[in-house]
Design a binder for this molecule. Structure first.
Ligand SMILES: NC(=O)c1ccc[n+]([C@@H]2O[C@H](COP(=O)([O-])OP(=O)(O)OC[C@H]3O[C@@H](n4cnc5c(N)ncnc54)[C@H](O)[C@@H]3O)[C@@H](O)[C@H]2O)c1
Length: 321
């Protein structure tokens, strides 16, 4: 198939990877060349690792990379399927769906990798609601087996069937969910991640203890704060906003500390800082904050006069008071 992927971030890059490896001709579009270049560099690194581990042949890696065409400008895209994987923002996605409707032939299926936004709403800005659908991959795309498929109210059965087969071709297990905010996956996952941030904010536990409880006590492979860093704190916040708006239930309200981290630009692993420090490429505890994920009060000691963020070490404390 010919596939256009819009957005070359964590998800778009991963979707381009699995699509190209499975034989699709992929055009990868983002706003700026550096985003597309970074996505292709990550793809190359991951494919190289696959070759080293014997999961991919060198020939398949090279062929996959050749099937990717980078793009930064909107033009006409003669593709069978477009998969939108841009930032989780409803207005932005509506704009992209309008553009996709104009830039692709009538036969093209327009899919969204949105984590939470209504497929019916995205479909409503196009002239082809019967060919609009949710195709929700999980992060990291080359590793995770699930694709949630969400039909809008007008999605045609043929559209569903084509997308179901495409997900299988990409090596995934498709599962259908109804078009409710957050679908199945994020309706259940994101309130748990948000609750972990509340627990941190209220001092119930530290970053480390909250993640350890969920790993050792609940057998989760990753703690919720680490997972939030992987998801992207901006994405988590956007999903919680969709849930609280969509259901009108305050139990979904995003935690203030989550909002403050996003305001600070601490958007998780992709930004280098979140609940952990990822700047070295590995997960490390943050040394500029207490273990409770907030700066120590200036009146507690060092740093008060400079207004600088006080590290637990600099304040002489263990950050748990
Ligand atoms: N992060 C996750 O765990 C996860 C999992 C499943 C689904 N999703 C969804 O996938 C989508 C992308 O998330 P992500 O984690 O890859 O975010 P990201 O921030 O890593 O990437 C978003 C990309 O979209 C690009 N973009 C923004 N506006 C654009 C435009 N007008 N045209 C083209 N590209 C544009 C940005 O430049 C950026 O490269 C979101 O809808 C998110 O909810 C995320």
């Amino acid at each position: 198939m010919k596939v256009l992927v819009v957005g070359a971030g964590q998800m778009g890059g991963g979707i381009a990877h699995v699509a190209a490896l499975s034989g699709d001709e992929v055009t990868l579009l983002d706003r700026e060349q550096r985003f597309v270049d970074a996505a292709i560099a990550t793809m190359r690194k991951n494919l190289d690792r696959g070759v080293e581990k014997g999961r991919v042949t060198a020939h398949d890696r090279d062929a996959a990379l050749e099937r990717i065409t980078p793009a930064v400008a909107w033009g006409e895209f003669d593709v069978d399927v477009a998969i939108e994987a841009a930032t989780e923002n409803e207005e932005l996605k509506r704009e992209i769906f309008r553009k996709l409707d104009a830039a692709t032939p009538e036969r093209t299926i327009l899919a969204s990798n949105t984590s939470s936004i209504s497929i019916t709403q995205l479909a409503s800005v196009t002239k082809r609601p019967e060919r609009v659908i949710g195709m929700h991959y999980m992060n990291p795309v080359p590793v995770m087996k699930l694709v949630e498929i969400i039909r809008g109210i007008a999605t045609a059965p043929q559209t569903y069937e084509t997308i179901r087969k495409l997900a299988v071709q990409h090596g995934k297990t498709p599962v259908e969910a109804r078009n409710y905010p957050g679908f199945i996956s994020n309706r259940i996952l994101c309130p748990m991640l948000n609750e972990a941030v509340f627990a941190l904010q209220e001092g119930v536990g530290t970053v480390e203890s909250i993640d350890t409880v969920m790993k050792l006590g609940m057998n989760h492979p990753m703690g919720p704060l680490e997972l939030a860093d992987f998801v992207g704190l901006d994405t988590l916040l956007a999903i919680m906003e969709v849930l609280v708006d969509g259901y009108g239930d305050p139990k979904y309200r995003p935690c203030t500390l989550l909002r403050e981290y996003v305001d600070a630009g601490w958007r998780g692993r992709k930004a280098g800082l979140g609940f952990y420090d990822w700047r070295s490429g590995e997960r490390r505890a943050r040394t500029d904050l207490t273990a409770s994920g907030v700066p120590a009060f200036a009146s507690d000691g060092a740093g008060a006069s400079s207004g600088a963020v006080v590290s637990p070490a600099a304040s002489g404390g263990n950050g748990t008071r």
